[in-house]
Design a binder for this molecule. Sequence first.
Ligand SMILES: Cc1cc2nc3c(=O)[nH]c(=O)nc-3n(C[C@H](O)[C@H](O)[C@H](O)COP(=O)(O)O)c2cc1C
Length: 265
Amino acid sequence: MITIKSKNIDFYYFSGTGNTFLVVNKMKEVFQGKGYSVELKPIEKHDASAVNTKNTIGLAFPVAVFSTYNLVWDFIRNLPEVNGTEIFMVDTLAGYSGGIVGPLRTIVEKKGYTPIGAREIIMPGNIFFIAKDKENDKKVRKGLKHAKKYAKALIKGKAKWGKVAILPDIMNVVSRGGLWLTGVNLHQKYLKFKVKESKCSKCGLCVDLCPVSNIKMEEYLVTGNECEYCMRCVSFCPKKAIPCVFNYKGKTYSAVKARKLLKDD
Ligand SMILES: Cc1cc2nc3c(=O)[nH]c(=O)nc-3n(C[C@H](O)[C@H](O)[C@H](O)COP(=O)(O)O)c2cc1C
């Protein structure tokens, strides 16, 4: 029994270091195997107001500080009002999301979407303590199994998008506004990434990768005030020239090669 109404799925996603990218690709594989046409669309390269409301919409993003990134929230807030377009979401996280699922459901329902499924998938952490490669590989394999199951559940109409009624109000506020990342923005003021000039080869990869064009090539690379802390520049720098104070022993994590995140699909 196939229950997603539209055979076309536009899957909008943001991925800082590749975990979410792997998840959406796995889900795409399952959908395509069942005859769906799926387009993967990076959120940072698409205008939410221009989504095709005849297609099923998928949303995928990483959890960041019990919320998600500004650019993801902006995209969601700018989605057009519709009359029943089906929508599903998936987020990836290292362990605890706070409670993004409930508030997001409220937002999309208010816009007229029919929520058909939400799932949170544990993947390796990409900040603070970075685990050993072997451990991370195991987590990725497990996460992708869950992604596969979730896509199958969506197809069968068995996925759910719960309300998470027990969410404390405070978490709700954090999830909506992103207290630290999107509200107060302390990280943009006091914890700005600084390029180590002695290490930087000026290859410009970080400029191309930054989803909010916050890195500019001047005499040396300079970062502006729009950083989302997605870790792309830190994790993919081939010279490890962009340190993050939170990364224990300077270790970094990425799940894919940088070029995968530069492509349109
Ligand atoms: C700034 C920042 C904040 C994060 N906050 C959380 C969090 O609150 N809870 C959690 O479980 N994981 C958190 N993580 C981990 C990521 O959600 C997780 O590693 C995710 O799978 C990364 O996806 P990506 O590779 O697609 O960017 C955070 C990561 C970053 C960079």
